[in-house]
Design a protein around this ligand. Structure first.
Ligand code: NAP
Length: 294
């Protein structure tokens, strides 16, 4: 069997196009231009690249970008003051604080200070609780991207056996909640799971989010399953250059699975596309408008 390759780049481009159209419509009909504030503390090179890409995508979608770059020495109180300013700014509909934050700052305190209505990362405890309670709210971008990709293969996930490998707050747990909301039967695996390969082999839908290069081998995959690989792992490549691989051994998975996301070009591009979608939805909700049909 040769798995269908789930083209995350193409799905993300389509979603970004639809978001841009909807932004144009709310601009023409309501005079509303959604705005996203991305806050970066310090000069982590990977974070700087993410933030640059996010700001570019925000502008391309016709939204306003309010980038705030603070020095690595910024204290918690100063960051909380900035969050309060952004919460109060009506032009800012979404706030994203790039993680990780420097050691002197308590990330949980900062996330909890963001207005939940502007929490486009979906990490605020109120939004986490809404997701867990099956209530509408802002949901984390990467997990949302995973579900959108799975639904390009299966129009309904209802009744599917799903295994999520990884239980982080930013990927594993919210992905599991979203799959549950789609009526899948979900098992969450982690480092203490006893028979991880056995659980994975039962899964019609397998989501890997552990941060271990090519951890999920072909013999852990049910023939015909859909595999969503969230992992981004930098590994030494040919000629001294480094390369990027996922948490799934792609060439093995491609022989067994029914469909699989590549790395790069799978889940990665969906994260920014879903961030734009969340910002648009947050802006509409703040102005009492229904979320545009995307
Ligand atoms: P994380 O916070 O480090 O969590 C990793 C999870 O995997 C933990 O729950 C851990 O279990 C579990 N785990 C680690 N090693 C394991 C093993 N050998 N067997 C079973 N479970 C194991 O990672 P994360 O933030 O969720 O990220 C996961 C991966 O996704 C990373 O490669 C990251 O770069 C990538 N990622 C990609 C995107 C994107 O946009 N595509 C976004 C976010 C993250 P315990 O809880 O038991 O320790």
């Amino acid at each position: 069997m040769s798995a269908k390759v789930i083209d995350g780049k193409a799905v993300a481009a389509e979603l970004r196009g639809k978001v841009a159209e909807a932004v144009h419509r709310v601009g023409c009909d309501r005079g509303l231009q959604p705005g996203l504030a991305v806050v970066l503390v310090g000069d982590n090179p990977a974070s700087e690249v993410y933030v640059r890409n996010k700001s570019k995508a925000v502008a391309e979608a016709g939204m306003r970008a309010f980038d705030r770059k603070l020095p690595a020495s910024t204290g918690e109180a100063d960051l909380l003051t900035l969050i309060a300013e952004l919460n109060a700014d009506k032009a800012v509909n979404g706030i994203l604080v790039q993680l990780p934050l420097p050691k002197q700052i308590d990330s949980q305190k900062v996330i909890a200070a963001i207005d939940p209505a502007k929490d486009v990362d979906g990490f605020h405890p109120l939004n986490v609780g809404r997701l867990a309670s099956g209530l509408p709210g802002l949901v984390p971008c990467t997990p949302l991207g995973c579900v959108i990709l799975a639904k390009t293969v299966h129009s309904s996930l209802a009744g599917m056996e799903a295994a999520v490998v990884g239980r982080s707050n930013i990927v594993g747990k919210p992905v599991a909640q979203l799959l549950l909301a789609e009526n899948a039967t979900v098992t969450i695996c982690h480092s203490k799971t006893r028979d991880l390969p056995g659980i994975c082999r039962r899964a019609d839908l397998l989501v890997a989010a552990i941060g271990q290069p090519e951890f999920v081998r072909g013999d852990c995959i049910k023939p015909g399953a859909t595999v969503i690989d969230v992992g981004i792992n930098r590994v030494p490549g040919e000629g001294g250059k480094s390369g990027i691989v996922g948490d799934v051994a792609y060439s093995e998975a491609a022989k067994v699975a029914g469909a699989v996301t590549p790395v790069p070009g799978g889940v990665g591009p969906m994260t920014i596309a879903c961030l734009l979608l969340n910002t648009l939805n947050a802006a509409c909700a703040q102005h009492g408008l229904l979320a545009p049909k995307i």
